[in-house]
Design a protein around this ligand. Structure first.
Ligand code: GLU
Length: 293
């Protein structure tokens, strides 16, 4: 007898409608679908549209069109992150109550200057797993009064996680269970590698890290299946799950499709776009073949 819906494994594909989907997205969607089928699980689609400046209704419509064309079938209703802002705000509030959040005022340019100055002096500035410089410590050590003054002056700011403080709240090392195409088994998460990550900005009320973790829990996702490019992001996701008392899914980071230059595809790469392939007369079957499925 099949398991009742509430006991089934739950998978999700979670694209951001800030460009057209390409072969890399097709691979991710179809691997999710295959794994859900094998596990007799549910398959959800989540639209990650918190970045209101880059996500558009046209790109969202294209997501549905392209996914339908490749034969991806998902449950209704679709969750849209732009409709869940209260949930992210409340998670942010909980982290704030734990004293783990601070307003960060340095602009991108100011951070760049600091890094350039340090490097001119021969110091090595630490970088995150994606290669971006870690956020300087200045704002973390401001007094309460200083922060208040800056906030009252209406200075634009982001909210960042005080990573060192967050790590002191853990009773044990952070790990996850990985079943993907790279390292497998128990993986040790090192969230400190990311420094004080952004949890919300002045133009987006929640960050990717915060909303993905809150949504995976709210939707009962048991299996997070996504590209290897997000492997290290799982360090932060595991930390947020523990801090917020959320369940831990199994993670499966799959191979990436690379362009002719060996780099992962980007949304601006027209030739590998799903719509471009369709318009060039290819069939969904050709696409699966291209993907090695
Ligand atoms: N929205 C993310 C992206 O399009 C994927 C998030 C995830 O699978 O965790 O890259």
């Amino acid at each position: 007898m099949p398991a009742p819906a509430h006991q089934k494994p739950v998978f999700r594909f979670a694209p951001s409608p800030n460009g057209l989907l390409h072969l890399g997205h097709a691979l991710s969607a179809l691997i999710n679908q295959q794994m859900a089928e094998v596990a007799d699980g549910r398959l959800l689609l989540r639209i990650e549209d918190i970045d209101l400046t880059r996500c558009t209704p046209e790109f969202e419509a294209a997501v549905y069109r392209d996914l339908e064309w490749i034969g991806f079938r998902w449950e209704q209703p679709v969750r849209r992150q732009s409709e869940q802002l209260d949930l992210y705000r409340s998670a942010l509030g909980r982290l704030d109550d734990m004293g783990l959040i601070y307003p960060a005022f340095l602009t991108r340019g100011e951070v760049k200057e600091r890094v350039a100055l340090a490097e001119r002096e021969g110091r090595i500035w630490p970088r995150d797993p994606d290669g971006a410089p870690l956020y300087p410590a200045d704002d973390r050590s401001r007094t309460h009064q200083e922060r208040q003054d800056l906030l009252e002056r209406g200075l634009k700011h982001a909210l960042r996680l005080d990573m060192q403080k967050a790590l002191t709240l853990l009773d044990a090392g952070l790990t996850w269970h990985e079943t993907g195409d790279g390292e497998r088994g128990t993986i040790h998460a090192d969230p400190a590698a990311w420094g004080d990550v952004i949890l919300s900005r002045s133009d987006a009320p929640s960050s990717y890290h915060l909303s993905v973790v809150v949504d995976d829990a709210a939707q009962g996702v048991t299996h997070v299946v996504r590209g290897m490019d997000l492997f290290h992001a799982t360090f932060v996701h595991r930390l947020l799950q523990v801090l917020l008392g959320l369940p831990q899914p199994v993670y499966h980071h799959h191979r990436l499709i690379t362009g002719p230059d060996g780099r992962k595809l980007s949304k601006s790469e027209g030739a590998t776009g799903i719509a471009a392939l369709r318009e060039a007369g290819h069939s969904p079957q050709d696409l699966r073949h291209l993907l090695g499925l």
